[in-house]
Design a protein around this ligand. Structure first.
Ligand code: BGP
Length: 460
């Protein structure tokens, strides 16, 4: 059987400014929360390679883009750094940043690679976080001005924009689970952050539409299908609430322009509803996306809560369910994430059936593996496990498409092994291996494999 993909399918990989550019305090760039956090916690990060260096894309973008071309890419997703473009968060634009991003985008276009550009990939400018981050509506307005600046500066060349990457991650990791800066654990504040992010998103979408540019704008969401342990009503209820909290809390306002009634009710019942402004409902309604980026790594399996929660402990999403480890599940043991390729099919069918079959792109999918040097043969990483991972997911994507799902592209996380927020360079994800000492790039087996798939528009 040949798994055929449309000739105009987008094939590529994804990265982000903070994780690939490096030069994090060079050429006028101001610090983000990541630069700040990294400095605060020496020794915490593997290898001590931080955002100041990462994979030196700022310096090497021209040759890296040629490498993308060699790997058959016809699209590439990355982000613009707000702190590089507008170092004070508001006001003056940094001319060196304009030169860099214009040149990078032009270089991609000249190589026949379509840029998919995201405006915010976790990298809050420190100066904005100091004003309260997303809890402060002033920061929302500053973001919208930054977004408009990007549309004006780069909108001639960029046809695909994303307002945010995985907006739930700063909410969970920064305001619930104490894993990212600002290390707050407070459900009510987390809800406010989530809500204000979506207001910022909706305003940016409307601003883009008002600018009458010739392109599309969307948001990248990490969708985690929620599967109940059993069909028992209490397990199903647990899965429904997990879905509400982790998926529909962003998916519904983004695509349908309103929050699910059940979610609003739940927030009210627990006295964690966000502060709103009278114009917000209309803002959300008029800020619906044109398309969606879907990041998919793993499903969420849950069961009804059996053990009572500690009422004196902080409120957490886990009050409503318990994680469930399905026996026999396939694991990526390096990252501790389940591998379940059918999840991507379930997401695409859900978008088809319940979200107007909105056009979507797989904006991230991938497999992080530790110590890939072990798999070196004649200087090339033999990452057959990654090929199998991608292949399995593509088969399910193909099946969803044959049933009418509106998926238009696939981007692997990531192009060149890159720096990661909590794990630095421990887990390698790329089509291209990076030697941290020399910054030398070497194409892995999967990189050659994808080039062939793109050329043949599919595989057997
Ligand atoms: C996604 C992020 C990426 C990337 C990826 C891999 O959530 O959008 O920025 O980091 O996950 O995750 P990790 O690097 O934590 O292994």
């Amino acid at each position: 059987c040949f798994y055929k993909f449309p000739n105009d399918f987008w094939w590529g990989s994804a990265s982000s400014a903070a994780q690939s550019e490096g030069a994090s305090l060079a050429d006028g760039k101001a610090p983000t929360i990541w630069d700040h956090w990294f400095e605060q916690q020496p020794g915490r990060f593997f290898d001590e390679v931080g955002p100041a260096q990462t994979s030196t894309f700022y310096e090497n973008y021209k040759s890296d883009i040629q490498l993308m071309k060699q790997l058959g890419h016809n699209s590439f997703r990355t982000s613009i750094s707000w702190a590089r473009l507008i170092p004070d968060g508001v006001g003056a634009v940094n001319p060196k940043a304009v030169t860099f991003y214009s040149s990078m985008i032009r270089e991609l276009k000249d190589a026949g690679i379509e840029p998919f550009i995201c405006l915010f990939h976790f990298d809050m400018p420190l100066v904005m976080q100091e004003k309260g981050g997303w809890e402060n509506r002033e920061v929302v307005d500053a973001y919208v001005e930054y977004a408009k600046t990007c549309f004006e500066l780069f909108g001639q060349d960029v046809r695909y924009w994303f307002t945010f990457n995985e907006p739930i991650v700063p909410v969970e990791q920064g305001y619930l689970y104490d894993a990212h800066y600002p290390n707050v654990v407070d459900f009510k504040r987390a809800v406010q952050v989530a809500y204000n992010t979506m207001i910022a998103h909706a305003k940016a979408v409307s601003a883009y539409h008002d600018s009458a540019q010739n392109g599309q704008i969307g948001i990248v969401l990490n969708l985690t299908p929620s599967y109940p342990r059993s069909s028992h009503p209490s397990d199903e209820k647990a899965a429904r609430i997990a879905d509400l909290l982790f998926n529909r809390s962003f998916l519904d306002p983004a695509v349908l322009g309103q929050y699910p009634h059940e979610l609003a009710q739940l927030m009210a019942d627990y006295s964690v509803a966000p502060q709103t402004q009278p114009e917000d409902k209309e803002l959300l309604r008029s800020g619906k996306v044109d398309m969606l980026g879907v990041n998919y790594y793993q499903p969420r399996r849950v069961k009804a809560r059996l053990n009572a929660v500690n009422p004196d402990g902080p409120m957490l999403p886990e009050w409503f369910f318990e994680p469930y480890e399905m026996p026999g599940r396939k694991m990526n043991r390096y990252r501790g994430w389940e591998i379940y390729a059918k999840g991507v099919y379930d997401i695409l069918l859900n978008l088809k059936n319940n979200y107007g079959n909105i056009p979507c792109y797989i904006s991230e999918n991938g497999m992080g593996v530790e110590d890939e040097e072990r798999f070196l043969v004649d200087g090339q990483v033999q990452d057959d496990y990654r090929i199998e991972f991608i292949r399995d997911h593509l088969i399910w994507i193909n099946k969803a498409m044959s049933q009418g799902a509106n998926c238009r592209g696939y981007h692997l996380w990531t192009f060149i092994d890159c720096w990661s927020w909590a794990n630095a360079y421990k887990n390698r994800y790329g089509f291209v291996a990076l030697d941290l000492k020399t910054q030398q790039r070497t194409i892995k087996k999967s990189g050659h494999w994808i080039a062939q798939i793109v050329q043949e528009h599919g595989f057997e």
